[in-house]
Ligand binder design. Structure first.
Ligand code: ATP
Length: 436
């Protein structure tokens, strides 16, 4: 029987580099700290995660619409949101080794590396600044957005006036965000450039806590559907003393990474804080006339905010397994088929007797629908192992029997069981398995 061993970050980081999931950014120049590039498999996995989220949140909800707002926005937005003044972390330096830390993440009051004395904390703003236009003075400062949410709030009226949505409804967006993080460890867990998947749901005041509960439940079932092991997930509702200035309630979905339990997604009741602030700073009326209740109000907002990169790390950690089999070891990524970068490997058993040509034709036909990979090199067992290691859920092999009855073998990555299926049925069988 296969034995499951615990994932270590070292093993995962090495697999990611070796197989082309994730690379250090600017590696040939010595790398840039806490910025990463996604390789061929990582780019597909990331795209599939975003598609999965979009389908769950936008495609399947008639009361949620999508948005793609810009990264650079009016700097007034960040004054209204409170980021210019308050998006800070308390920073301390070690007087001895000069390393920097976030004070709120330290266990004691000495340097965790060398035990040296620490400086007093000072507030450090996490927003990246740049200049817009030809003159680099303070009036030209713009910020790289530190969250996608504000782009949604400032488009609330545009969306309301251009769609037939009525409150309650949501606006969803996926996009890059930038934070000049001080503590940047644990691979892609906390990076300076990352992507968020956020949905802001606008509701009538008084109904907000009901919607908060609904979205909590919805987002928990999302991770179940995504295939994350339930025993590795936990949920944490913030106490009064933990709440951000804008939130009436906050709930974290946490995952047990090899480096501990950490937040994967936050669900917040942001009250009417954001729209009120934008009303105040822009001078535009953000209120909504509710025809059903004949009332005018500033909507409350329930936010669900998840990281694409953090989800990707979660899925890789959760999927990684080294199995001791009878004769050898295999490394396997048990990725949910719907997000796996490659859905099927297609192999000719041997490189003769018309098998490569037929396997290539099957590859071409399936490529219309899924990302599949043709491989004819090496023993078929080794080809299976290569696909296992990158999480390909199915392998199709053309062998001599194929020419007798137009069937191929279909191997399942997790059970390693093979079944014979008709070539004409391959698409519908795979479609069902991948989307079930
Ligand atoms: P933390 O306390 O870990 O800094 P946060 O509470 O500030 O995170 P939010 O602002 O609520 O995080 O961001 C929502 C989501 O965006 C997080 O749950 C996470 O998945 C993702 N995220 C935030 N910061 C980063 C980062 N630096 N790198 C990668 N993902 C991030």
């Amino acid at each position: 029987m296969a034995q499951k061993t615990e994932t270590t970050m070292d093993k995962l980081v090495s697999l990611c580099k070796r197989r082309g999931y994730i690379f250090q950014s600017s590696e040939i120049y010595g790398g840039v700290s806490s910025i990463y590039d996604y390789g061929p498999l990582g780019a597909d996995l990331k795209t599939n995660i975003k598609k999965f989220w979009w389908k769950w949140m936008v495609q399947r909800h008639s009361d949620i619409v999508g948005l793609d707002s810009s990264i650079l926005m009016s700097p007034r937005i960040w004054e209204a949101s409170g980021h210019v003044e308050g998006f800070t972390d308390p920073l301390v330096d070690c007087k001895n080794c000069k390393r920097r830390f976030r004070e709120d993440l330290l266990q004691g009051d000495r340097c965790p590396d060398c035990g040296g004395e620490l400086t007093e904390a000072r507030q450090f703003n996490l927003m990246f600044k740049t200049f817009m236009g030809p003159v680099e003075d303070s009036s030209a400062i713009v910020y790289l957005r530190p969250e996608t949410a504000q782009g949604i709030y400032v488009n609330f009226l545009n969306v309301l006036n251009s769609t037939r949505q009525k409150i309650p409804f949501g606006i969803a967006q996926i996009g890059k965000a930038f934070r000049n993080e001080i503590t940047t460890e644990n691979f892609i867990f906390r990076t300076r450039e990352f992507e968020q998947m956020e949905m802001q749901f606008f509701v009538q005041p008084g109904t907000d806590m009901d919607w908060f509960e609904k979205w909590k439940a919805n987002r928990q079932s999302y991770y179940k559907k995504l295939g994350v092991r339930p025993e590795k997930l936990r949920f944490h509702q913030h106490g009064e003393d933990e709440l951000a200035h804008y939130a009436a309630a906050a709930f974290d979905i946490q995952y047990e990474f090899p480096f501990g339990w950490k937040e994967l997604e936050g669900i917040h009741n942001r009250t009417d804080f954001d729209l009120k602030r934008h009303q105040e700073y822009s001078g535009k009326d953000m209120s909504y006339f509710d025809e059903a209740s004949r009332e005018r109000y500033i909507p409350y907002i329930i936010e669900t905010s998840a990281g694409v990169d953090r989800t990707l790390l979660t899925l890789l950690v959760d999927a990684y397994e080294e199995q001791q089999l009878e004769k050898d070891m295999r490394t396997v990524l048990h990725l949910n088929p719907s997000v796996a970068p490659i859905k099927a490997g297609v192999f000719p058993l041997v490189k003769r007797d018309g098998m490569p040509e037929l396997a290539q034709k099957i590859t071409d036909d399936l490529s219309e629908h899924f990302k599949v990979f043709y491989d004819e090199s090496g023993a078929v067992g080794r080809r299976y192992r290569r696909q296992d290691e990158i999480g390909t859920p199915y392998c199709i092999t053309v062998d001599s029997e194929t020419f007798e009855n137009e069937t191929v073998t279909l191997r399942d990555r997790d059970t390693m069981q093979q079944e014979r299926v008709k070539i004409v049925d391959l698409f519908s069988i795979l479609y069902k398995k991948i989307n079930e």
